[in-house]
Design a protein around this ligand. Sequence first.
Ligand code: PLP
Length: 207
Amino acid sequence: MSRACDRAHRDPAGVHLLAVTKVFPAETVREAYALGLREFGENYVQEFEGKAPLLADLSDARYHLIGHLQSNKTKKAAELFHTIQTVDSAKLARRLDESARPLDVMLEVKLSQEDAKTGAAPEELTDLIAAVRACPNLRLTGLMTMPPWSEDPEASRPYFRRLRELAGEHGLAELSMGMSHDIETAIEEGATWVRVGTALFGKRKKL
Ligand SMILES: *Cc1c(COP(=O)(O)O)cnc(C)c1O
């Protein structure tokens, strides 16, 4: 992270490390917390529901949902997480708002043609942003994306650049982009949150 910040002439304080602990046990979160990490990313509401009670004493830890959220899990998600990074529809935003708990949200943007990916299309952002801003409990902070998988970090660059342009067009400050393999590219392109699992904790087992 500091190498990429140097290259991009960026202040490292402007890039936050989100430790992605999905699939790893609560103990892993605890160990990372002991080393100073405070922001954690999880993909599955149900999995984190099991871990959260074991971490209740880490009172200043903050949890971000970075996996797709189904609308029947919004209530539970709003209870468990501080930030939902994967809002991609007005319906989902309204359901989160109904939980009557203040939440930070990011909009997940789909920038590739892959069928398997979730996220709002860039053309939908104007309406989606208006819908989120109309929700009194939601605070919109920025955009999130996940490019198609490639071993080559340079393959992610056009997607990161596009997300930065979209955030600029819509006046949003935060950019959640970059994972273990393309973190430096993401920082060069303006990431303010990088989501890192494997590089911190090693390979994940299959769930
Ligand atoms: C799992 C995951 C990550 C972390 O990926 P690594 O390659 O292990 O760093 C980041 N973002 C999302 C959305 C993920 O699902």
